[in-house]
Write a protein that binds this ligand. Structure first.
Ligand code: S3P
Length: 435
């Protein structure tokens, strides 16, 4: 579907509540399905990705009651599903579920197949298959890609040292570790988002954090919990960017999660527009120990280009499409390096953003692990989301400051993580319609 966005003719203003956090929603559904008893989830993200995880838990035997974002899930007694488990576009869903099921004690000896859409079938799964195999997991995949065939087997704990900081890999290993005998530890080259470590204690598991890593000791049976999902900072980022780009805008967003392992975007906007985005932590979510707060955003005269420090990259890993969009309208050249991971997300985000920004007259020099984005005038035109929700939303936001209307083909991918995005943008005063 095509989304037609008009250049903004007035400042954006108002207050919006961004949708529930995608990472936390996946984990809440997954842990709730594994846990004994009835888990209640408030503010669950009702988007294609997270519903795919919820449906997978249902197919595995969990009983689910849904009333909008209010979810009740009765888990604990898993059985082999009748069909393939289809996680759609969700990398978090397939990787965490593969870890959780590889040694699940009630499924030993069963054969399960996990798959996803065409994009997910291109993404690397060797990064979870190799460490899980060291624990005794039996997972087959053609050239390290989904579909994954899991023969559920008895696991033993062991120590893992990861080559890249990845919350999905870390979490898959920890969830396998809950089913394994003994201690499973994960050492990371740098911090990655820690939602799993924060949420597991609510379900009765006690991950042990140490300098540079985290460990669990198994076997552990999770117990039901009550979870309130914070608003998603990664979704809020698109609205933050819109208000920074459109002159004289002033908006408020929240409550949103302000987890310090996800704050790279806030560091980047502070460098591009000093003092223009204020975040105030005002509570902890009721389970998951997630800091939550409000964002207030005021447009600067002009965004400034920056060199993004490589150690901020994992802390802002999902925000690079929107950072590249902001950079396209900033003063100067924004340099991104140490970001090769962007090539194995829902799309090759460096290549797709470079090509689509190019169609709007923006110069982007691509590097194997990053890009230089030359800020300047942005033309109207026709672009394509490349099958990637975050690219669709990034181009829609940039369109607000283009010289003419921008039509975004394939914008229906937005449903993956933020079905209400176009409505929220309109609530702030932007003009965007499905054509
Ligand atoms: C996520 C981890 C990140 C991120 C993804 C969500 C998670 O992936 O890009 O959108 O919920 O654990 P990696 O672990 O591959 O960096």
């Amino acid at each position: 579907m095509r989304l037609q966005v008009e250049p903004a003719s007035a400042a954006l203003g108002g207050r919006v509540q961004p949708p529930g956090d995608k990472s936390v929603s996946h984990r809440a559904a997954l842990f709730g399905g594994l846990a004994e008893g009835t888990t209640r989830i408030h503010g669950f993200l009702e988007a294609e990705d997270t519903l795919a995880t919820l449906h997978a838990m249902q197919a595995l035997g969990a009983e689910v009651r849904r009333d909008g974002g209010e979810i009740e899930i009765r888990g604990g007694e898993l059985r082999a599903p009748e069909t393939v488990l289809d996680l759609g576009n969700a990398g978090t869903g397939i990787r965490l579920l593969a870890g959780a099921l590889a040694g699940h004690r009630s499924l030993i000896g069963q054969r399960l197949v996990l798959t996803g859409d065409a994009s997910l079938q291109k993404r690397p799964m060797g990064r979870i298959i190799r460490p899980l195999a060291r624990m005794g997991a039996q997972i087959e995949a053609d050239q390290g890609r989904a579909p994954l065939t899991v023969r559920v087997s008895t696991l033993h704990g062991c120590e893992h040292e990861l080559e890249i900081a990845s919350a999905q890999v870390k979490s898959a290993i920890l969830l396998a570790g809950l089913q394994a005998d003994g201690r499973t530890s994960v050492i990371e080259p740098g911090p990655s988002r820690d939602h799993t470590e924060r949420l597991l204690p609510a379900f009765g598991a006690q991950p042990e954090r140490f300098d540079g890593g985290v460990a669990v000791s198994g076997p552990v049976t999770l117990q039901a919990a009550e979870v309130t999902v914070p608003g998603d900072l990664s979704s809020a980022a698109f609205l933050v960017a819109a208000a920074l780009l459109v002159p004289d805008s002033a908006i408020e967003l929240g409550p949103v999660g302000l987890n310090p392992t996800r704050d790279g975007f806030l560091r980047i906007v502070e460098a591009m527009a000093p003092g223009r985005v204020q975040s105030a932590i005002d509570s902890q979510a009721s389970a998951g120990d997630e800091p939550v707060g409000t964002l207030t955003v005021r447009a600067p005269d002009r965004l400034q280009a920056i060199d993004i420090p490589a150690d901020w990259v994992p802390l802002a890993i999902d925000e690079f499409p929107i950072v590249m969009a902001m950079a396209a309208a900033a003063e100067g050249v924004t340099r991104i390096r140490g970001a090769a991971e962007l090539r194995v997300k829902e799309s090759d985000r460096l290549a797709v953003m470079a090509e689509q920004l190019g169609r709007l007259g923006v110069r982007v020099d691509e590097y194997p692990d990053g890009a230089d984005v030359y800020g300047g005038a942005v033309n109207g035109g026709v672009v394509d989301a490349g099958g990637d929700h975050r690219i669709a939303m990034s181009l829609a936001v940039l369109a607000l400051v283009a010289n003419g209307p921008v039509a975004i083909d394939g914008a229906e991918w937005i449903r993956t993580s933020y079905p209400g995005f176009v409505d929220d943008l309109a609530a702030l005063g932007a003009r965007a319609v499905w054509a």
